[in-house]
Design a binder for this molecule. Structure first.
Ligand code: SF4
Length: 68
């Protein structure tokens, strides 16, 4: 069975949602209740930190820095 995929909209290509797992500020904590961390904003979360940033500010994370 062939999979039909939609092309990414141009607006998303220009301003992609940051992925914490590709960011230099991302880390895995030792806290099983809050296993995902962001060093740039100094917080831990139950989920990928960029989702908390988006929810609280209404904007995608502006501190994303691509890990090399
Ligand atoms: S700076 Fe933004 S993208 Fe990077 S880990 Fe923190 S929340 Fe995620």
């Amino acid at each position: 069975m062939n999979k039909i995929t939609e092309p990414m909209p141009e607006s998303e290509r220009d301003n992609p949602t940051p992925s914490c797992s590709e960011c230099v500020h991302y880390f895995i904590t030792w806290d099983t209740s809050f296993p995902y961390g962001c060093r740039a904003m100094d917080f831990k979360s139950k989920r990928s930190p960029h989702l908390d940033v988006l929810e609280s500010s209404g904007n995608p994370c502006l501190m994303f820095t691509l890990r090399k």
